[in-house]
Design a protein around this ligand. Structure first.
Ligand code: FMN
Ligand code: SF4
Ligand code: FES
Length: 562
């Protein structure tokens, strides 16, 4: 409703009205909002994050007048819009309608690998130099093998330094760049979409698929490692209609494998997605891609249009949803909340999302890499995949290796490869002048191990006895040049920033831990008690795993903290 400004004394019980009640909508802002949202009417609540992106992109931030106009047009309350907008780091809520929003945003990655490559110094230089731009620290951008990384608008600057940043700004080099990829024609010419067609035509049954994939031992590659075929059986066992979500949120610091596969062979990923969706008879599939991979959102969007044009899928069957800068949205129930247009607050379980997921329906959630393997495993057989493996383990693993090795990058090799083997056989050894000191076997969440434990096979189930886990197989190699207290603090700060704030052990625990870890000497007893509470009482994996690196440092790097 449009309210008129009136200072007239109101009738009845009410006294003076000094300001307009309700939301006051500015006519111009309403028209601007109508133009922007033009193709989206009637507006849908679950699309709220997409709408906010439109405003944020066009006006370099969210003006109060546009939020009010959006509330008016969507019939959502201002509080609902504000709570969603303020949850996601990529939305810049502007304080008033007259504020001039800078049209250049520079983000300096301050997560673990970039921090080890002097990101802090770079950030301060940039902040000092570009006073008229928005300069921010940001978490891992999924390009850790090129640390330090800086993003200027949508342009990711790799191995960034002052001159590369100023050249990009001078040349207005502000857009994304994708790497070359296998296109639709090339993919089709190698037998692409045959498996999907065969399944659609009923030539391959659910039981055939279960047989092949139980042999293969393919497990969820997003971190939890749940056997893929079992998840299909669970989801299928619940009454339809069912849905599917792809998790391309890849926010675990040190991880960049999903970005690599999405870019390299997008149709292999899309075919795997469609096959998995068909297996569980999903009515529709949402592909949730983190905003840091903006270029890949565009690439996958284009490839989906090709599939629609060729009538391989019906229009809208695959729908991309753009993340907005929240690591927690990689947690599957938080991801589902986000697809529903809400804050990414993880749900309490049970029920699990396989039973009650997106819009209350049974939902299959898969990581990008899990579905990426589907075609090849089916064509070559389950035994093919499980024939790989080293040190007693089975299957293939994609390790994202970063840190102080000569050749960091993606290493696709046998599951169970040790970090010593990764460093020496695949990554060219340690960087000159650096001595191997320890490693993160599974990104920020998976704990830290010392070099003396460099011969443990890296796989699901092999690291529990060391209170660590492989997660998304992000291996960050540390050297004698790092200060373990700085490493621990960096990781805890990440969790503090990314905690959704829903539960006290995680919200307060992470910030209390940051305070205690900033002290010159760590209070080990207090930190250990705090870790136990966070681990036992947090709702989701973020709070449960946040103390892992801290506890590893206390256990394995005692000398460094006293
Ligand atoms: C805090 C947190 C963050 C997560 N982030 C991701 C992520 O970025 N990508 C992902 O695929 N899985 C992530 N997961 C795991 C998902 O919850 C879920 O297990 C996975 O997407 C299921 O797919 P999969 O079975 O194919 O691995 C995360 C879990 C937690 C607790
Ligand atoms: S553990 Fe942390 S991230 Fe997870 S629900 Fe609680 S506050 Fe949110
Ligand atoms: S891109 Fe900086 S740590 Fe990953």
């Amino acid at each position: 409703m449009i309210m008129m400004n009136t200072k007239k004394k109101a009738a009845g019980r009410r006294n003076k009205v000094f300001f307009n009640k309700g939301r006051q909508v500015d006519y111009n802002a309403l028209n601007e909002a109508r133009d922007l949202l033009n193709i989206y009417f009637p507006l849908k609540k679950d699309m709220l994050i997409e709408y906010l992106h439109l405003f944020n992109d066009k006006y370099n931030g969210l003006y109060p007048k546009h939020l009010r106009a959006l509330a008016e047009l969507s019939k959502l309350s201002m509080s609902e819009i504000y709570e969603v907008a303020s949850f996601y780091a990529h939305f810049h809520i502007l304080s008033d309608d007259t504020e001039i929003a800078p049209d250049i945003t520079i983000k300096v990655c301050d997560s673990i690998t970039c921090a080890m490559h002097d990101a802090e110094k770079l950030y301060h230089n940039v902040k000092l130099k570009y006073k008229n731009f928005r300069v921010e620290k940001a978490p891992c951008m999924g390009r850790c093998n090129f640390a330090p990384v800086v993003e200027v608008n949508h342009n990711h600057i790799l191995k960034a330094n002052n001159s590369k940043i100023s050249n990009a700004i001078r040349d207005k080099n502000l857009s994304y760049k994708n790497d070359p990829f296998i296109n639709f024609k090339q993919y089709i010419s190698s037998g692409g979409y045959q498996l999907f067609n065969d399944i659609s035509a009923g030539k391959i049954s659910f039981d055939n698929m279960i047989e092949v994939f139980s042999k293969s031992g393919l497990r969820g590659l997003g971190g939890a490692g749940f056997p893929a075929y079992k998840k299909w059986q669970f989801v299928k066992s619940y009454k339809g209609p069912r849905l599917m979500c792809i998790n391309a949120d890849e926010g675990e610091p040190g991880t960049f494998k999903d970005r690599y596969y999405l870019n390299k062979d997008p149709h292999r990923f899309l075919e795997g997605t469609l096959v998995a969706a068909r297996i569980v008879e999903a009515e529709k599939c949402y592909i949730y891609i983190r905003d840091e991979y903006y270029g890949l959102i565009k690439l996958i969007e284009d490839q989906i249009s090709i599939l629609e044009e060729k009538n391989i899928i019906s229009e809208g069957y695959l729908e991309i949803r753009r993340g907005a800068g929240a690591y927690i949205c990689g947690e599957e129930s938080a991801l589902i909340e986000s697809v529903e247009g809400k804050r990414g607050l993880p749900r309490n379980r049970p029920p699990y999302v396989a039973e009650v997921g997106l819009f209350g329906r049974p939902t299959l959630v898969h990581n990008v890499e899990t579905v990426y393997w589907i075609r090849e495993i089916f064509e070559k057989g389950g035994d093919w995949f499980s024939s790989f493996g080293r040190n007693g383990r089975k299957g293939l693993r994609t390790y994202s290796v970063s840190g102080f090795v000569k050749n960091p990058g993606i290493v696709l090799t046998d599951a169970g490869t040790t970090v010593n083997q990764l460093i020496n056989e695949h990554c060219g050894g340690m960087l000159d002048g650096h001595k191997f000191k320890g490693y993160l076997p599974g990104g920020a969440s998976g704990g830290i191990l010392p070099a003396s434990l460099g011969n443990i096979p890296l796989d699901f189930d092999t690291l529990q006895e060391y209170d660590c886990f492989i997660g998304s197989a992000a291996v960050v190699v540390l050297s004698d040049k790092v200060d373990m207290k700085d490493i621990g603090l960096n990781l805890m700060r990440f969790f503090e920033d990314e905690s959704c704030g829903q539960c006290t052990p995680c919200r307060n625990g992470t910030s209390m831990a940051v305070k205690l870890m900033s002290e010159k000497a760590w209070n080990v007893k207090l930190l250990t008690n705090l870790s136990k509470t966070m681990n036992k009482a947090s709702i989701c994996g973020l709070g449960q795993a946040a103390p892992n690196p801290l506890q590893s440092i206390i256990k394995h790097f005692k000398k460094d903290i006293t």
